[in-house]
Every structure is written in structure tokens, then in C-alpha cells.
Design a protein around this ligand. Structure first.
Ligand SMILES: *Cc1c(COP(=O)(O)O)cnc(C)c1O
Length: 415
């Protein structure tokens, strides 16, 4: 018996420790497809409840789109359920390559390589392309998967203060002795919903001879006039050396990710990136669905336009009701509460009112920065938002927070 009582008790006490910090994550079961309205079982064992969902990454409302589902069925029928192989042995179908070419075209890059997820793309990229002669200079708020990818790479690691361009410039100057410099950022930051200053980053990278890496998972498909991403919005389309992104958010929401960019960097990943070499190929059913998603979003901007309208409308409603928001122009709209317990209670009360959103607090966001992160979708119609705001107002009134700014909120809940 290697899993002795002592070992078990040690883990049990760790788990109890997580519970006492109030950070224990309880799963909620969804009994419906992902959409603007979902059936939620929470707490587990209770009756399911129909809610307006305002916290998914289903930005374009394509997760359950009939044409995407039909294309996924066709992919399943034509090419089978699974590849039972990594890509380089016998896991690459023609449709994988077709999807890679379509992604390159959409993102404005030279080549693309699919990964099982964007987490894997980020885990594999840096180690495959950089070595001990190089330096990685990352924004301090980059996604956890980038942090992990950097850990696996032998290049020197450095950071700059969030979106602080003069700090980035200092770092670039400091590292002029390195072989290669790579500036690393998210396109849209997932917790605050703000955008990287990509035009300035590209200009600095040109001045100080650095490459630019952007993880555009929270932007691909809807940010920019035709939804190509943060680079389109910032006027630097075609100037980003590496873009990683996911199929698991706006692009149908199933799974899969990619590295897209300079031909030679993509080839290095094909040769060396470990999650590409040692994890199974993306299933044909997903490839079929993703190809349809690209058809849909390449022919019309209707969905990203609706999403943009929804996001502005929702921001306006929250502001008018007196909530304290993080400013921005993306479909991520954080309602700031600052206090962790308040964020949890608020989410719970919203659920009772038929609105599903989740409270975020440390360590997902910095201490004292607790919030409800709302996310808009093209699947929302105006009536969903008009109903949801009533719930927000009711719960806001209950907690006495409407009209309070940061100072008052912090003072009220510190007491
Ligand atoms: C969601 C997300 C990922 C992970 O994507 P998966 O495809 O689900 O692994 C990576 N980076 C960022 C910035 C994300 O928001």
C-alpha cells in the first residue's frame, strides 16, 4: 500500500486548506448545448435551472450553430472519429493542412501549425524556437499557458509592467546583447478585457530588432473590422511574427489551437514542438467544424458586428445602473467589486435571479481586484441583456453598491 493513510491525510488536509480560503472550485453541470441560455445544475444534485449565460467564450455564438454542427457531422462521416496517431506518424489528413492554410489566410500569416490546444501551442513554441542565447520579454499579465511555455524554454526570461511601453523599451535596450529578443503579449487580456498596444509594440520591436509574439485567443474571429484579431484592430496586420490562438473560443469553441506566423518559426515547431510531436492530432470532426466556421466568418462580419453592438449596449446598461467597470472596448466587461466574498455572493445571487456569471478573485486576479467578469456573445439578443441588467440591478441594490466607485466599495467591504 503505497497510498497510505498518511499520504491520504496529507492530501486531505491540502484540500481542506483550499476550502478554508474560499477558493474551492465547485463544478456546475450544464445540461444543454452552449448558448445564450443554458440549463444549469448547481449545486450538484439540485433541480436544473434555465439561465442567461453571460460568462462563456462563445463570442460569435458558433458553438452550437446548425451549419457548424452539420459540417462537423460531415467531417465525422467522411474522415472518421479519431486519428489514433500524432500528426507526423499517420495523423495528418488533407483537411488538417486545408485548415492550416485557411487559418494562415485569415490571420494574414505565412504558415500555420495546428496543436491539440492553444495551451499546447504556447507550451511548445518557445522551446522549439529560442535557446540560451535569446531573451523572452513578456507583459506581466500574459496567460498562464505562456508562463508555462516560457518555463520550458532555456532562453532568459524577463517581463515588463503591464502595457508599459517605456518599461518595455528599457528592457529591449538592456537586452541588445542577446542573439534574439522576443516580445510576448496577449492580444486581448482575458481578465481586464483591455488590448495590447500592438502598434507601439511593433514599432519598438522594429527599433530594437525584436520579434513579436501575440496570443490572440480572446480576439481571433471578432476583434478588428473583419474579425482577424488585435493586429487588424491596431493597424499592424501582417507585421506580427507569431500568433497563437485557439479554436476553443470564438471559432466554434470545441478544442484545438495553432501557431501561425513566419514560415521558419512554424517549421521549427513542426520539427521540435513537443505537444505537436507527442500528442494526438486534432479530430476530423473538429477540423470539419472549424473549416465551416472560417467560411462563415470570412463571408460576413454580421456576427462580430452584432457582438460589438451587444458589448457597447451592455457596457452602457451597467454604467447607467451605477456599476464600477473596467474601461475597454472588447466583449469582456468586468464589473469591479474588489472584495472576494462579495464577488462570490454576488454571483450566487445573480444565479438565483436567472443569470449565470462567475466571481473571480485571487489568484485568478490580483488581491483586492475581485470582480464579476461578464462576456458578451453574438448569441445574445437585446432581450437577454435587458433581462440580465434587471437581475444585476436587483442584486446590486441588495448589496448596496450601485453608484459606488472603487474607494467607496473598498471602504464599505473592508469594514
Ligand atoms: C483560453 C486561452 C488559452 C488556452 O486555449 P485552449 O485552446 O483552451 O488551450 C491560451 N491563451 C489564452 C490567452 C487564452 O485565453
Amino acid at each position: 500500500m503505497s497510498f497510505s493513510d498518511t499520504v491520504r491525510h496529507s492530501y486531505q488536509s491540502d484540500i481542506e486548506g483550499i476550502k478554508t480560503t474560499g477558493l474551492f472550485k465547485e463544478e456546475r453541470y450544464i445540461h444543454s448545448p452552449q448558448s445564450s441560455e443554458i440549463e444549469v445544475e448547481f449545486p450538484v444534485g439540485s433541480q436544473t435551472k434555465k439561465c442567461i449565460n453571460i460568462c462563456s467564450n462563445n463570442y460569435l455564438g458558433l458553438s452550437s450553430h446548425p451549419e457548424v454542427i452539420a459540417a462537423a457531422h460531415a467531417g465525422l462521416d467522411a474522415r472518421g472519429y479519431g486519428m489514433s496517431s500524432v500528426r507526423f506518424i499517420c495523423g495528418t489528413q488533407d483537411i488538417h493542412r486545408e485548415l492550416e492554410n485557411r487559418l494562415s489566410e485569415f490571420l494574414g500569416t505565412e504558415d500555420t501549425l495546428l496543436f491539440p490546444s492553444c495551451m499546447d501551442a504556447n507550451a511548445g513554441f518557445f522551446e522549439a524556437c529560442l535557446n540560451e542565447q535569446d531573451v523572452m520579454i513578456a507583459d506581466r499579465l500574459v496567460h498562464a499557458s505562456i508562463v508555462d511555455g516560457m518555463r520550458l524554454c532555456k532562453a532568459m526570461q524577463d517581463t515588463y509592467k503591464h502595457s508599459d511601453m517605456s518599461h518595455l523599451e528599457e528592457k529591449l535596450q538592456e537586452h541588445q546583447d542577446k542573439r534574439f529578443r522576443m516580445v510576448i503579449t496577449d492580444g486581448v487580456f482575458s481578465m481586464d478585457g483591455d488590448m495590447a498596444k500592438l502598434a507601439e509594440i511593433v514599432a519598438l520591436a522594429e527599433k530594437y530588432k525584436a520579434m513579436v509574439f501575440v496570443d490572440d485567443s480572446h480576439a481571433t474571429g471578432f476583434i478588428g473590422k473583419t474579425g482577424r484579431g488585435t493586429h487588424e484592430h491596431c493597424g499592424v496586420f501582417g507585421k506580427i511574427d507569431v500568433i497563437t490562438t485557439t479554436l476553443g473560443k470564438a471559432l466554434g469553441g470545441a478544442s484545438g489551437g495553432c501557431v501561425s506566423g513566419r514560415r521558419e518559426l512554424v517549421e521549427m515547431c513542426r520539427q521540435r514542438a513537443r505537444p505537436y510531436l507527442f500528442s494526438n492530432a486534432v479530430a476530423p470532426v473538429i477540423v470539419g467544424g472549424a473549416l465551416k466556421v472560417l467560411d462563415l466568418i470570412s463571408t460576413t462580419t454580421e456576427r462580430r458586428d452584432k457582438l460589438e453592438w451587444n458589448a457597447e449596449y451592455w457596457r452602457g446598461l451597467l454604467k447607467e445602473a451605477g456599476f464600477d467597470l473596467k474601461e475597454g472596448h472588447t466583449p469582456i466587461v468586468p464589473v469591479m467589486l474588489y472584495d472576494a466574498k462579495l464577488a462570490q455572493d454576488f454571483a450566487r445571487d445573480l444565479f438565483d435571479e436567472g443569470v449565470y456569471a462567475v466571481g473571480f478573485f485571487f489568484p485568478v486576479v490580483p488581491k483586492g481586484q475581485a470582480r464579476i467578469r461578464t462576456q458578451l456573445s453574438a448569441a445574445h439578443d437585446k432581450h437577454h441583456l435587458d433581462t440580465a441588467i434587471e437581475a444585476f440591478k436587483k442584486v446590486g441594490k441588495k448589496h448596496g453598491i450601485l453608484g459606488l466607485g472603487k474607494k467607496e466599495l473598498v471602504a464599505k467591504f473592508a469594514a
